[in-house]
Write a protein that binds this ligand. Structure first.
Ligand code: GLU
Length: 307
């Protein structure tokens, strides 16, 4: 295994390695999410590290009843063993509140009274759509607060992703002051993930490259909250023939918990690992953990999944 793609020295068998898988329970595990699970698990175990699970159910309206149990069952059927206690974002509002409060005391966040329409009308475009023009930075007078945003003036963040290389983002221009507490009174994913990665002591985040553009925001928040920054490794996301990310919206098929071996083998293949044929899931993991090679992961943000 080469070490040239690592952002910080990482030897095989790092006792300090703590990885995680953080699915949103919006449906059963499908091939797209299985790839993130397999990559994070193999990378953690290859380095002798722990693998934690976090259920990202902070956005309650998007969660589907029974999906968490189904995900847990499928991971178990995939032979993936979870270390420590599973954490649920839906039970962590106090921690998110405390983080927002700290940023409020540091005067880094502000209440925003703008509607979506007003923001869209501002005409500024970034990499994820409209960029908030900063209208409410100096106060909202007697208007009602809708959301809380973080001031991103001057925030330029660079990171060395273990697969995708160096990423630099000018958050103020590319994204704008982003929301930490939403108008529907839900803490934003960006805040929750940062607070939770710190709570779980995560040293290595391995996940899909659809989150690469979120990473500078997360690093910025870590810096403002005085939290450590983990190492990052973003694997390509699986796309269908139309180039769309496999997801519940694109009707990706659930992983069959009765027959996980073909899906696990395909996930390793997708990750460039050149797996042979296996007789069992435990044989697969023995091989995958021993032979996991970061250098073989395709250095691209998206790849078609074999039909
Ligand atoms: N919950 C996110 C998802 O399912 C993953 C978040 C993360 O890994 O940081 O896409």
């Amino acid at each position: 295994m080469t070490s040239t793609h690592f952002t910080a020295p990482l030897s095989a068998h790092s006792p300090e390695y703590r990885g995680r898988f953080a699915p949103s329970p919006t449906g059963p595990l499908h091939f797209g999410s299985l790839i993130a699970a397999v990559a994070s698990y193999a990378d953690a175990r290859h380095h002798g590290g722990a693998w934690l699970l976090r259920i990202e159910d902070v956005d309650t309206p998007r969660c589907v009843n029974g999906a968490t149990e189904e995900i847990l069952r499928t991971l178990a059927a995939c032979g993936m063993q979870i270390d420590g206690k599973v954490i649920y974002q839906s039970r962590r509002n106090d921690a998110y509140h405390a983080a927002l409060d700290r940023l409020r005391r540091q005067q880094q966040v502000y209440a925003c009274a703008c509607s979506r329409r007003e923001i869209a009308d501002s005409g500024l475009r970034g990499i994820e759509g409209p960029v908030y023009p900063g209208t409410c930075r100096d106060g909202i007078g007697d208007k009602a607060a809708r959301a809380w945003r973080i001031d991103t003036r001057g925030a330029v963040i660079a990171l060395d992703d273990a697969v995708q290389g160096r990423i630099t983002q000018n958050i103020e221009h590319d994204i704008g002051d982003f929301v930490l507490y939403r108008a529907d009174q839900i803490y934003a994913y960006q805040l929750a993930v940062v607070v939770d990665d710190a709570e779980q002591g995560i040293t290595d985040v391995v996940r899909g490259a659809d989150l690469l553009d979120s990473t500078p925001r997360q690093i910025y928040l870590q810096q403002q909250l005085g939290l450590p920054t983990p190492r990052y490794l973003h694997v390509p996301v699986a796309v269908n023939a139309a180039g769309e990310k496999l997801s519940k919206q694109t009707r990706a098929q659930a992983v069959d918990a009765q027959h996980t071996l073909p899906a696990l083998t395909a996930a390793l293949g997708f990750l460039g690992q050149q797996p042979p044929a296996f007789a069992s899931v435990s044989e697969l993991w023995t091989w995958a953990i021993a032979h996991w090679n970061r250098g073989r992961i395709p250095k691209t943000r998206a790849l078609p999944a074999a039909a």
